[in-house]
Design a protein around this ligand. Structure first.
Ligand code: NAD
Length: 251
């Protein structure tokens, strides 16, 4: 799959996270013009990519702020002249509190939806006009396996990720006539140090036990599916959700 992203401008939101960085590494390796968009400043990482011969810029964005997402899209066009794809990966996840649905603070529910649902919609609004002008574009929305499993004590997060599936299917119909594909990726638990500190290592052990492929999922496990949905190979695929979960059988 060498150079399938050659010369394509791809935005990754939440680029500074564990999984975001895995997408970025692969995109740079494949010759994309990468826009690393995050709340935090990722200039040092973009510099590193450039000094290794890659093409990347860093843009500060708060996806929950509409003006900020518009500025993100403008920065991409200013730097590279076009927007070929976006991975809407920024998410309110690790700051979600676990507990009964009765006890979720309303402000936390709203923050979760402001980032995961409204923020993702705002990013789509920011990039679609440019994609329409070009006559093509690929939107890859990061949902989660949790709506399919029905994870308890995490209702705001699970509901927000379910909303992304509905949003993507409906948006696919609105933008299909402009040759813009909208698909959703649903990762299973991809543990890192923050998640283990919060949930303990038992969570991953239980998750692995409920999979056909009996191992821990890594950020790199998401990369092939994401690149496929950004590539020409997926030109006739839209409105779909792909569960990248090692064959979780929902024990
Ligand atoms: N890690 C998992 O187990 C898992 C499983 C399923 C789905 N997901 C989803 O995958 C995505 C990435 O997860 P992760 O584990 O890498 O998370 P992470 O918390 O490590 O990274 C998220 C990144 O998004 C950025 N971000 C947060 N709020 C933002 C905002 N308002 N605007 C712009 N950037 C913002 C953060 O700065 C961070 O760099 C999320 O959408 C998450 O819901 C993760």
């Amino acid at each position: 799959m060498a150079d399938t992203m050659n010369g394509r401008t791809i935005i990754v939101t939440g680029a500074g996270g564990n999984i975001g960085l895995a997408y970025c590494d692969a995109l740079v390796k494949q010759g994309a013009n990468l826009v690393m968009a995050d709340l935090v400043d990722l200039s040092p990482q973009a510099d590193k990519y450039r000094s290794g011969g890659g093409s990347a810029i860093a843009v500060r964005v708060d996806v929950a702020d509409n003006d900020s997402t518009q500025a993100m899209a403008q920065a991409a066009v200013q730097a590279f002249g076009r927007i070929d794809g976006i991975i809407n990966n920024a998410g309110f996840f690790k700051n979600c509190t676990f507990g009964s649905f009765m006890d979720i603070p309303a402000e936390e529910w709203d923050r979760c939806f402001a980032i995961n649902v409204r923020g993702l919609w705002q990013c789509c609004k920011a990039v679609v006009p440019q994609m329409k002008e070009q006559g093509s574009g690929k939107i890859v929305n990061i949902s989660s396996n949790t709506p399919y499993k029905g994870i308890p004590n995490f209702l705001h997060y699970v509901s927000s990720k379910a909303a992304i599936v509905g949003l993507s299917r409906s948006l696919a119909r609105e933008v299909g006539p402009f040759n813009i594909q909208v698909n959703t990726l649903c990762p299973d638990l991809i543990p890192d140090a923050d998640i283990e500190a919060k949930q303990g290592s038992q969570a991953d052990i239980r998750t692995v036990a409920g999979r056909c492929l009996q191992r821990t999922q890594t950020p790199q496990d998401m990369v092939g599916a994401a690149l496929f949905l950004l590539s020409d190979g997926s030109d006739f695929i839209t409105g779909q959700s792909l569960l990248v979960n090692g064959g979780a059988h929902f024990l």
